[in-house]
Design a protein around this ligand. Structure first.
Ligand SMILES: Cc1ncc(COP(=O)(O)O)c(C=O)c1O
Length: 391
């Protein structure tokens, strides 16, 4: 008989992926899926790289170099981090360990910081990457404590006081916080944390004796905007911890979502290609973001304007929530609106899934071929009462 725990895991959401997504010619009526942070803008380039770098050595079929990543992969990643993350101290390959994706690294971070069944937990602000609530808890027994740091100001140094107050309030309830997790650049707003905020958070973690876990999976998606200020990405690795925090209390997570080790090593080793690839990726992201913003402006939809990283826009659909149909309950109205989008053939993550402090937030992923982006936004704008279709 399967265990209760096993039964829970067997009901894992999205086990079989998506079928029949929108495609202009092959599946024009299929759903436009704005749910997942996938960068379709560079799939062709990646495919070409993979197809031209796919000669495997038979050595790779053995246990070989153990579980933490091949020597070549860890060396290539060290080279990559030293080239792109501006570390305060040169990173050595011995300081790097690999797992099968950042999802697994997040889970490992919770396993390594929190004891199960001991009221131990991790602090985080909201809105924030919705799957943290699954990845950090499902198999770990860790408790997540979401702190209200304000919808937009979780990036300013003011958030430090909010986290401190949250830490104390949670402690008074008997939960022992062992770590603070941030996502920088941030999912879902696409904002980068300033150096000052990061130093403040490190000082807070040092004073409470907890870890700072910085999920930096979107580190190299940052693009520079010409029409306003763009926050620079500052990695936690680039801050000299001397006099601030014990470096053993800071973990940085980064990954190349969905890459196998050997290919990842070949890719990271070829930094000339990586640099060109990233330049192209960032300019395509900016182009699509501007298209999405223009369509949203036409539709009269508000959104978080300061994002200059990641693959998503954080929408403010609070004015369009059908609260009249849910007895004024905003969260129920958000679910209802989400169902209406699905009926219209377009899906997005909701503020509820992202632990937003108030209802109405939706995360729109814009890194899709332009026709799918336009079709998706047209479909969801068409569900708002009283709004004209976006053309
Ligand atoms: C903040 C964040 N961390 C981790 C992941 C997942 O990483 P991986 O695909 O490497 O497991 C995602 C993917 O959406 C993410 O947004």
């Amino acid at each position: 008989m399967i265990s209760t725990r096993g039964k829970g895991w067997a009901n894992f959401y999205f086990a079989h992926g998506n079928l029949n997504n929108y495609h202009a010619t092959n599946s024009p009526t299929g759903p436009v899926n704005f749910l997942f942070a996938e960068n379709w803008l560079v799939h062709e380039d990646l495919t070409e790289f993979i197809n031209t770098h796919n000669k495997f050595d038979s050595q790779l079929c053995s246990y070989g170099e153990g579980y933490t990543g091949t020597v070549r992969l860890r060396a290539a990643m060290a080279k990559h981090l030293n080239a792109h993350f501006k570390p305060a101290k040169k990173i050595d390959s011995e300081e790097i360990t690999f797992a099968a994706g950042v999802t697994a690294l997040n889970e490992a971070s919770a396993l390594l910081t929190c004891n199960p069944d001991n009221q131990e937990g991790i602090l985080l602000g909201g809105p924030v990457y919705g799957a943290f609530s699954r990845d950090l808890t499902m198999r770990t027994g860790a408790i997540l404590e979401y702190v209200d740091v304000g919808d937009t100001e979780q990036f300013s140094p003011d958030c430090v006081a909010a986290y401190e107050a949250g830490f104390e309030a949670v402690k008074a309830r008997g939960v022992n916080i062992k770590a603070l997790i941030i996502c920088n650049p941030h999912n879902p707003t696409g904002r980068c944390y300033s150096r000052e905020t990061l130093v403040g958070l490190m000082r807070l973690c040092a004073s409470k004796g907890i870890h700072l876990i910085s999920d930096e999976i979107y580190a190299l998606s940052v693009f520079r905007r010409d029409d306003g200020p763009s926050e620079e990405f500052v990695s936690a690795l680039s801050i000299d911890p001397t006099g601030i925090i014990d470096p053993a209390q800071v973990q940085v997570l980064y990954g190349m979502s969905k890459f196998s080790m050997d290919l990842a090593a070949k890719f990271l080793d070829d930094q000339e290609y990586v640099t060109k690839f990233l330049e192209k990726s960032q300019s395509l992201l900016l182009r699509n973001r501007l298209i999405a913003e223009e369509l949203l402006d036409q539709a009269g939809v508000g959104y978080h304007k300061k994002g200059n990283a990641g693959l998503f826009i954080w929408l403010d659909l609070a004015p369009f929530l059908p609260v009249g149909e849910t007895n004024g309950d905003g969260w129920e109205a958000e679910k209802l609106l989400s169902q209406r989008f699905a009926q219209a053939g377009v899906t997005m993550s909701t503020g509820g899934q992202y632990h937003a402090p108030k209802p109405g937030g939706f995360r729109l992923v814009y890194s899709f071929p332009e026709d799918a982006l336009r079709e998706g936004i047209r479909r969801y704008a068409s569900t708002f009462k009283g709004l004209e279709l976006v053309r």
